[in-house]
Design a protein around this ligand. Structure first.
Ligand SMILES: [Ca+2]
Ligand SMILES: [Ca+2]
Length: 248
């Protein structure tokens, strides 16, 4: 045994030195920090993907129903006297049709409720009062605009004097994520279809949204951003009403 012991160095008998232990600890810390960073980054990526998917689903669900019904405005196979659009404002549209062909026009109302940031749908059918309903078709909506294209040749407008002239509608929707993300600041300027913007590098012209639901900061200052921590998606859509005059 003495012979074997003599063959071993002093350090080998004592195990690791303090320096070796410290190096090991430092290397271990770096590896742990790297793993933690990768996991945090991956988790953040999942959160972003989830928020984007949620907003797109919300937007898609709302716009598809509006498009489907608005496209049939004025449908009147039995000559019930349906007139298409009966009210048209920047944030609400009322139209009728006889979709069940019973000779009576049903009325559809889509309107933006700014206070709750929802799009509301109201349905009523005088021939079947029990089917009347009020529902929310999209929530977490920061902006809605209906821009109407008229059959009388006048420029498109959000406030047509005669709703019966409406033949197509440009819809702009701005959807917001349900949850904020403290790692993200949203400084994007958002504008609806009625407010086209000059090409970069010119500053945004926010005078055209002053006083509307799209005026996000309440002041004309060449910007129209929220500067908060919510992600958003802006969607432009065009609905051509088949049963009204345009293209027929
Ligand atoms: Ca009907
Ligand atoms: Ca502004």
């Amino acid at each position: 045994m003495d012979r074997l012991r003599s063959l071993l160095t002093k350090n080998e008998l004592q195990g690791f030195t303090v320096v070796e232990l410290m190096i090991t600890l430092v290397i271990g810390s770096f590896i742990s920090a790297g793993i933690l960073l990768a996991l945090t980054s991956q988790n953040q990526s999942y959160i972003v993907q989830g928020q984007v998917a949620e907003m797109q689903q919300n937007l898609r669900g709302g716009i598809l129903l509006i498009q489907k019904e608005m496209r049939l405005a004025g449908y009147d196979p039995e000559g019930a006297g349906c007139s298409g659009f009966t009210s048209a404002t920047p944030t609400s549209a009322v139209f009728d049709m006889d979709s069940d062909r019973d000779g009576t026009c049903e009325t559809y109302t889509y309107s933006y409720i700014q206070g709750t940031r929802e799009i509301q749908r109201i349905f009523s059918d005088p021939a079947n009062p029990s089917t009347a309903s009020t529902s929310i078709v999209a929530d977490n909506i920061d902006g809605v605009e209906f821009l109407y294209i008229l059959g009388d040749g006048t420029p498109e407008t959000t406030t047509p004097s005669n709703p019966a002239d409406v033949e197509a509608v440009r819809i702009t929707l701005l959807s917001r994520a349900k949850q904020p993300d403290r790692h993200f600041t949203n400084s994007t300027n958002y504008f609806p279809a009625s407010c086209p913007q000059p090409a970069s590098p010119a500053l945004p012209d926010d005078s055209c949204v002053a006083g509307t639901v799209w005026d996000f900061d309440g002041v004309v200052d060449n910007k129209n951003s929220f500067d908060d921590n919510y992600r958003r998606r802006l969607l432009f859509s065009m609905v051509q009403c088949r049963n009204l005059k345009l293209g027929i």
